[in-house]
Design a protein around this ligand. Structure first.
Ligand code: Y12
Ligand code: CO
Length: 179
């Protein structure tokens, strides 16, 4: 089942996600549906709120050195908490909920994260590079924060203007293909 990705400026993206308490078949179905939606949309990370579920769930599937994504590399994080962070890095981020926009964002270089897997087992991961950035981006979603919320006032104003224009053009082209 492919689920629709919730896109900015939908207010659902501002919701704070709730702790997951039940690690049952329903959770497993949701995780599998999220994976399908992420892969079919060419994403490398997805939080449950992006498909309308305000639950502390995120997926990460970082491509390998040949730029290939495989299910073996899938990381499912439930109730994640950053327990340590180190350094600074800047990366041009994109988000399935903010299509066609990419912006330089400051993040921690390395993070240590506690989380639970789909069966409720406690895990820890020490991440750097793209994985560290993706984890921070997705944990922000669980707190109702988008990468565009981290832009300076002037960059945000520019983004809003361009995004509005893009939405208008999308609407026009959708209507013109109706007949
Ligand atoms: C580094 C920075 C941010 C993340 C968060 C996860 N972000 C994504 O998975 C973004 C995916 C994305 C995919 C798009 O589609 C294609 O490239 C075909 C895309 O393109 C359009 O919207 C037109 C934009 C974003 C992880 C790591
Ligand atoms: Co995102």
């Amino acid at each position: 089942m492919k689920l629709t990705i919730v896109e900015y400026p939908n207010k659902r993206l501002k919701e704070k996600s709730k702790l997951v308490e039940k690690f049952d078949g329903e959770l497993h179905k949701l995780l599998d549906a999220m994976y399908e939606s992420m892969i079919s949309s060419s994403g490398i990370g997805l939080a449950a709120i992006q498909i309308g579920y305000a639950k502390q769930i995120l997926l990460l599937n970082i491509p390998d050195e040949n730029d290939a994504q495989s299910r073996d590399a899938l990381i499912e994080m439930i109730n994640p908490v950053i327990i340590e962070s180190l350094g600074e890095t800047i990366y041009q981020e994109g988000c399935l909920s903010v299509p066609s926009f990419y912006e330089d964002i400051n993040r921690f270089e390395k993070v240590s994260v506690n989380y639970q897997d789909r069966d409720g087992n406690t895990k820890n991961i020490e991440a750097d590079g793209l994985l560290s950035i993706a984890i921070q981006h997705e944990i922000d979603h669980l707190n109702g924060i988008l990468f565009i919320d981290k832009l300076s006032y002037s960059r945000r104003k520019k983004f809003e203007k361009e995004y509005k224009k893009m939405l208008k053009e999308k609407k026009i082209s959708k209507n013109s293909t109706k007949e």
